[in-house]
Design a protein around this ligand. Structure first.
Ligand SMILES: [Zn+2]
Length: 123
């Protein structure tokens, strides 16, 4: 999908025309290929930055010199329900809640244990 966007030879293009009009702010990202070729590729500061780029000298897959891996979205940590829970409550809170619930279960004998469908005798 992003391949078609990567093809343009941004590096060879001047970003300021003769009228002195500046284009969108850029950042330069350095890439290095396995054969040791290093080159910089300018990106818009708003662009999704790729982790790899085709080497301009030999065509091999070059990786970002700053060590950033491909597609930060793919490597972003997935938030589990447990992570979200820990954002709302501390472990100490959860310990307290657990103790409260266990106490309730012990004093009441559990939620409707006697008449619960799962515990009814089938015979
Ligand atoms: Zn190369």
């Amino acid at each position: 999908m992003a391949e078609s966007l990567r093809g343009s030879r941004l590096g060879a293009v001047s970003y300021e025309n003769e009228g002195g009009i500046e284009f969108a702010p850029r950042q330069v990202i350095w890439f290095a290929c396995p054969d040791g070729h290093a080159f910089a590729v300018p990106f818009s500061v708003e662009a999704d930055l790729p982790g790899t780029w085709e080497c301009r000298v030999c065509g091999a897959v070059a990786h970002r010199s700053d060590g950033t891996l491909d597609d930060p979205k793919a490597t972003r940590k997935v938030r589990t329900p447990w992570d979200m829970l820990l954002e709302r409550r501390t472990l100490a809170d959860l310990e307290t809640l657990l103790t409260e619930r266990l106490d309730l279960l012990r004093t009441r004998g559990g939620p409707g244990r006697a008449g619960h469908a799962d515990h009814r005798k089938t015979a």
